[in-house]
Design a protein around this ligand. Structure first.
Ligand code: GCO
Length: 430
């Protein structure tokens, strides 16, 4: 019987730029509109959650989930350097108050990849003032919301660039040798659009500039200190992307190299945090010749990732063993058009997680990616990770069976995982 601790958080996650729509002042918006944009389609209205957040939170709450992870868009709060928008701050206050009115715990991400276009123009994370500029924005937000929010995530996947580089899954489909050239061409187009010196969209920066990586670590540490000085009860962490890296004989060195470059430094920095955010979807297996690709099958993700739900329990065990810091699962899920597959995947992931908890790992909660189908960065809208679908013309929301299923798991604190999936689905239909 799977058991989860008392007070375990059960939730779903989103990110501002992926759901709000019309984040006109962000670097990624600008990047979406350069000629050789590395995105299949622009974010546009996204799910218009900027106007439909009440529906999103109501559906989440009605399902039985109790936690909502979402992000605040820095580019809305500070559209020009030092110019803060009171009106946008009040928007996010309404989102937070809506959560609280429905007894939903808000978990707020302060940076989910996007930054203001001006910050990118001035050099993004590579500029010497990067950490100070981030902390100034963080203070502005936390001073206002300190009594309304206890859980803060400074950065979402600050290791995303390092992970792409270490695993060889480089952006733009570029090979290592011509990455610099491809990036330079894109940067020139980007600079022509946002002006100033050719900075670059922040998502890509850690791949390019070691100084940027350093600055992001500093920004995390200083933001954590700032948040704690404002709100002593605040719980602060960052969310690190990790695959379940496995090695066949002869692949150990390659695997350890990836962990050493893209995972362990970020986990180590979390040792001073209140929690470590773990974001896991799949595994990657390495052999003596490099990555071993698993055969495609019916269960494969739309994203092309291997269907491997055991990755969650494995990576949580590794993260806890490495850091000793309580883990908050801030993302786990599957891009699929088959909602039964989403339920199967999530059930199996949670069963693996329960085993990891029984073996002694301290885990604070499970936050599924994602509440609603949304704009999946480079892949556009086709990658449906959501527990809720939406109509792209009317923005009307339609919960999928997986939302109710996960809500039942939440209400029973995991006990309903005992019940066979098919029985649950049949009961819902009758
Ligand atoms: C990331 C982000 C999310 C993604 C999700 C699915 O991991 O890239 O945190 O924004 O949408 O992980 O790829």
């Amino acid at each position: 019987m799977p058991t989860f601790p008392d007070q375990f958080l059960w939730g779903a996650a989103t990110a501002g730029h992926q759901i709000e729509g019309n984040n006109l002042n962000s670097d990624i918006w600008a990047m979406e509109h350069v000629e050789s944009a590395p995105f299949v389609e622009p974010s546009g209205d996204a799910c218009d959650s900027y106007h439909h957040y009440e529906d999103d939170i109501r559906l989440l709450a009605e399902s039985g989930l109790d936690t909502y992870r979402f992000s605040i868009e820095w580019s809305r709060i500070e559209p020009e350097p030092g110019q803060f928008s009171r009106a946008e701050l009040e928007h996010y206050r309404r989102v937070i108050l809506e959560c609280r009115a429905r007894s939903i715990t808000p978990v707020v991400t302060l940076n989910h990849f996007t930054v203001p276009a001006w910050f990118a123009r001035d050099g993004a994370w590579a500029q010497p003032e990067a950490a100070d500029l981030f902390v100034r924005y963080v203070r502005y937000v936390v001073e206002e919301f300190q009594q309304l929010v206890d859980w803060w995530i400074t950065f979402n996947e600050p290791n995303a660039g390092a992970l792409l580089l270490a695993t060889g899954s480089l952006p733009l489909g570029a090979a290592a040798d011509d990455l610099a050239a491809a990036q330079a061409a894109l940067m020139a187009e980007f600079a022509a659009r946002v002006g100033g010196t050719p900075g670059i969209a922040a998502m890509a920066i850690p791949v390019l500039a070691p100084q940027a990586v350093e600055n992001v670590f500093t920004a995390h540490r200083n933001a954590r200190a700032a948040i704690k000085s404002i709100a002593s009860n605040a719980r602060v962490g960052w969310s690190i992307a990790v695959h379940d890296f496995q090695a066949e004989p002869g692949g150990e060195a390659r695997r350890d190299d990836i962990l050493g470059q893209a995972i362990h430094p970020y986990w180590a920095a979390a040792r001073e945090d209140d929690f470590l955010g773990v974001q896991t979807y799949t595994r990657e297996v390495y052999g003596p010749e490099g990555r071993i690709h698993t055969p495609e099958d019916d269960d494969t993700f739309l994203t092309g990732w291997e269907y491997y739900p055991a990755a969650l329990g494995h990576t949580v065990a590794q993260a806890f063993a490495y850091t000793g810091v309580p883990v908050l699962i801030t993302e786990n899920g599957i891009a699929t058009a088959d909602d039964d597959a989403r339920i199967r995947y999530t059930r199996a992931a949670l069963e693996g997680l329960a085993e990891t908890i029984e073996a002694g790992a301290e885990v604070l909660g499970y936050i599924h990616w994602t509440l609603i189908d949304n704009w999946e960065w480079h892949s556009g809208f086709a990658m449906t990770f959501g527990l809720i679908a939406f109509d792209h013309a009317t923005f009307e929301r339609s919960p999928k069976p997986s939302l109710g299923w996960l809500g039942d798991v939440a209400r029973s604190n995991g006990a309903s995982l005992q019940v066979d999936t098919q029985l649950v689905l049949a009961a819902r239909e009758s």
